[in-house]
Every structure is written in C-alpha cells, then in structure tokens.
Design a protein around this ligand. Structure first.
Ligand SMILES: Cc1ncc(COP(=O)(O)O)c(C=O)c1O
Length: 423
C-alpha cells in the first residue's frame, strides 16, 4: 500500500533526525499520521468568534449543554472540562501533569517530550506496538507475563514471542537469560519488560535494574532495540531491596538505536481502574517524539476516536491536590500490610508449592508441585472452598493480595493447602 504524502513528510523528518527510528517503524507505523481533518481544523479555529467546525453540541460560546442528571452529579466540576471532547493527543494539562510527575520521580525525564494520552495502559502498549511491531516480528519477554500480551502481539499484530525464564537459579531476575534471548534474534530487536511484574510481583534490585539497562544499551550498539516498559504497577513496592524506579529512566537518550517506550497510567497508580487514562512516553529526541505522538494521534483517531476527557480532568485534580502524595502512600501502605501478612502466611513450608520471590505490585505466584494442575486446583477452590484465584499456565497459581482483606489471607492459604492435599 502506498504511503500518504502526509505520512511521507513525517517519515522524511524522522529520517533526518534519526534514521534508526524510521527503520524501526512497522508498516502501520510508517503509514500513520494525524490528518488535517475535523479535530485538526477545529483546533485551529479554537480562538474564533464563531466556530462552526466540530460536531460538539454547545451553547455557541464553547460551553457544553449537559443533561441534568449527569450535570447534577458533576456539579462541582467545570462543565467544559467534564463534558467536552479531549484533544486527540490528550488534554495539555493532563500530559503536562503526568510528565511533571515523572520528572519528580527522575530528573532525566526532563529530556523526554510530553506523553500521548491513551484509553488506559493496555491501549498505550497497543499503540506503541502498532507503531513498531509488524507481522512476523519477534518480541523478547520473560516467560512469566501478563496474558494480554498474547492478544496484542500474537493475535492482533501477528508476531511471535521469544521467551526466557523470568528468574535465574539464585531466584533473582534472569539478566543473563534476557541477554541470551536478545542475542538469538536477528536484526531489529523488541523487548518487553514489566516491573513490578504481573504475575510474579517482582521488582528488580537497583543492581539488577542497572544490569538490565546495560544489556539493552549494549544490544543497541549495532542494531535497533525497541523496549516496551510496562510500568502499570509503578510505585507499588514493599521491600527496601527492590527498586521503585522505572527501567525507562535508565534508557533515556542512551543511544540513537535505542527506542524506549514507557506505558503507564492512572489505573493502579492512582487506583482509578475505570478511568481509562494511560500514557505513552518516548525516550528519544524530543522532535522525533513529537512526530511519533503525531503518528499515535492517527492511531487514536482511527481507533477510540479521542481519549476520555472527564477522567483526564479528574486525574489533573488529583495530581494537583497537595494531599496526593500522602493519599498514594496511604494506599501503598494498605497493600504493604497485606503483603506482609501474605509473606508470613507463605513462610510456612508446604509440600504442595514453591513460592517465587515477590516484593512489589499486586500479586504473588506459586508453582504447584508435579501432579497438580493449576486450573483443576483453581476450579476446586471455587467449588469446594468458595475461593477465587487465577491459574497461570498448567503449573502456577497467582494470588492477588491487592483485592483481599487482611483477615482473608491466612484462610486463603489454608484453603489452597487443603485442596492441594486432597489431590
Ligand atoms: C502488566 C499489566 N499491564 C497493563 C495492564 C493494563 O492496564 P489498563 O487496565 O490500564 O489497561 C495491566 C492490567 O491488569 C497489567 O497487569
């Protein structure tokens, strides 16, 4: 399929800034651009006295005409912010607030352009993948991963996985395994790393994080490396030995061949699951990042249309509130107490499973002894003990301590032990 002249213009500019980025784009990434259509033209007319551009119902002066039942519930909010469209790339205030939050966490983010908003973190990953991951491409990732990556990279985008064991023999993160898997892929290599991990609940130590970054920087010496940092559980860390920092920070502007993507959002970090606000940041030259944002705007326009304005607005209110840091800490401590209780409950040696190291996030992962099937155990737990857990592959049970009362943790482990013992 031929490339639209507008897309060609973006591609030519990318080539002039950094040809490695252009070469890394998937066929869809090359074709994408934000068209000079309705949202673009409406944006240009924003300051006009009379605005007959956009299909947005207003009073003719830029104010919405909301329906009373909704307006009454949202009475304390500015109706324009609550009811009107968001710009396609996300609200300027939201993008700036999220960027400022990241800068506060690590000053190296100053060098990174504003993120593009998405409809949740999954959508941020999908957008990044649509830009760079084409049919037949290979994604390097650890063997314990969020199952939805299969939907994104295998089913939707028709690529393959090269997996390496998540833990090494010392039960730390398997940096050597990552290095070997990367070495086995020819040409452009794409790597996805999710810390704290779903399903393992593991965040690397600072030394492991440095070593992972070194592997990726080293790999980018002679070829293009795209890294998807899935930071969905960022900040939810409960052990001092684990890093609360993002891998993304270590990769910013490290090599023209290294393209780090940060996928994050309000879902877990701000405990705003239904809000559907995510962000995609590009750790490359700022002008190149702007072009990639433009390409994402084409993807957003053709997919979800535009991101949710109301929940971006609520996020801005939350981040601007002086109570925010304390509120986050309060939530982290609620999870931290459950984490402590779960650790204690799992300290007791049980012949039916091995507990993998966990120090962060929302989960822990148990490997069942040979002879036990994870899904059969899961179903028996539901029917015989009224307990719900998740089976992961044939051998693993994932426990989500984020959604359990403290008092329920010990009974859960006891129920699991009873069911395993009966099988
Ligand atoms: C590792 C990981 N990444 C991404 C997501 C998606 O988050 P969202 O609900 O914002 O799309 C999840 C959600 O469970 C997750 O566990």
């Amino acid at each position: 399929m031929s490339i639209h002249p507008e897309a060609q213009e973006r591609n030519d500019r990318l080539k002039a800034i950094n040809p490695a980025i252009l070469e890394a784009l998937s066929p869809l990434g090359r074709r994408s651009f934000f068209p000079k259509g309705i949202p673009y033209q409406a944006g240009q007319s924003k300051g006009c006295k009379i605005n007959a551009t956009i299909g947005q119902i207003t009073d003719g002066e830029g104010n919405p005409l909301p329906l009373a039942p909704m307006a009454e519930k949202l009475a304390s909010l500015n109706p324009k912010d609550a009811f009107l469209y968001s710009p396609i790339q996300g609200r300027e205030q939201s993008r700036k607030a999220w960027h400022a939050k990241l800068v506060k966490e690590d000053a190296r983010v100053e060098a990174v352009g504003l993120p593009v908003a998405s409809a949740g973190i999954c959508h941020a990953i999908t957008m990044g993948a649509e830009l760079f991951f084409g049919k037949g491409d290979t994604l390097v990732l650890a063997d314990l991963y969020w199952d939805n990556y299969e939907q994104i990279f295998n089913i939707r985008l028709e690529g393959d996985f090269k997996r390496f064991p998540f833990y090494n023999e010392a039960l730390g993160f398997n940096v050597e395994g990552l290095k070997r898997a990367i070495a086995e892929v020819q040409g452009k290599v794409q790597v996805l790393l999710n810390f704290p991990s779903n399903p393992s609940g593991y965040s690397p130590t600072p030394a492991e994080m440095q070593a992972i970054a070194q592997v990726l920087i080293e790999a980018a010496k002679d070829r293009t490396v795209v890294v998807y940092c899935d930071d969905a559980y960022h900040g939810l860390v409960f052990d001092k030995a684990a890093t609360p920092k993002s891998l993304f920070f270590e990769l910013i502007n490290k090599s023209p061949n290294l393209i780090p993507l940060k996928c994050d959002g309000v879902t877990k970090e701000l405990s705003f699951f239904g809000g559907r606000v995510g962000f995609l940041s590009f750790g490359v030259d700022k002008v190149a990042a702007e072009i990639l944002v433009d390409k994402c705007m084409g993807l957003i326009r053709s997919g979800i249309g535009s991101p949710v304005a109301l929940s971006q607005y609520l996020m801005e209110i939350e981040l601007a509130d002086e109570r925010h840091d304390a509120e986050f800490e309060k939530m982290r401590q609620v999870l931290g107490r459950r984490y402590d209780i779960l650790r204690k409950a799992l300290d007791r040696k049980v012949p039916h499973w091995t507990v993998y190291p966990f120090n962060a996030g929302c989960f822990c992962l148990l490997k069942l002894r040979p002879g036990l099937n994870a899904d059969a155990i899961r179903q028996k737990l539901i029917h015989e003990e009224s307990v719900g857990v998740v089976s992961h592959g044939d051998d693993y049970i994932r426990l989500a301590f984020c959604s359990m009362k403290e008092e329920a943790i010990e009974p859960l482990i006891e129920a699991l032990e009873r069911v395993c013992a009966r099988n």
